[in-house]
Ligand binder design. Sequence first.
Ligand SMILES: [Cu+2]
Length: 154
Amino acid sequence: MQPRNRPWWFTLSLATVALFLLAACASGSEEEEEDPPAEEIAPPTTACQPPSCTEYTVTERDFFLQVAEQKVEKGAQISKNVKAGKVRFVLNNRGRFTHNFHVVGQGVDAKTKNIGAGKDGWLEVDLAPGTYELSCPLSNHADRGMRGALTVAP
Ligand SMILES: [Cu+2]
């Protein structure tokens, strides 16, 4: 008795199903955002009080910064009056993604650890009068809006 050959259309339909499954798997992950791991951040142990130190709270969201009531995005000027000297930025990550906070200008180049969603971070810098860029340096977050210009008064 001769083994029965499978009809050509049976082989073809199996191949079609396999291709379909492959395509379904490949498209399933395209919406995933790459989120870097958050780091453990301990709150500062020293107080920050005027006149030796000034504290500013910056809320980080997807994808803009919020300084007090002001929404800051895509390099907009931060209107909050920041005085030269020792400054402690208190970062509240209220986005769904991990964020970071980067201060660049006047020889300062400082950033926090990666702040997980819903977590807080702190950054202390000595700011001289002049302009600075504040941003989230992770992935393409700055381009998506998370950057602002800060002018420090004497
Ligand atoms: Cu970010």
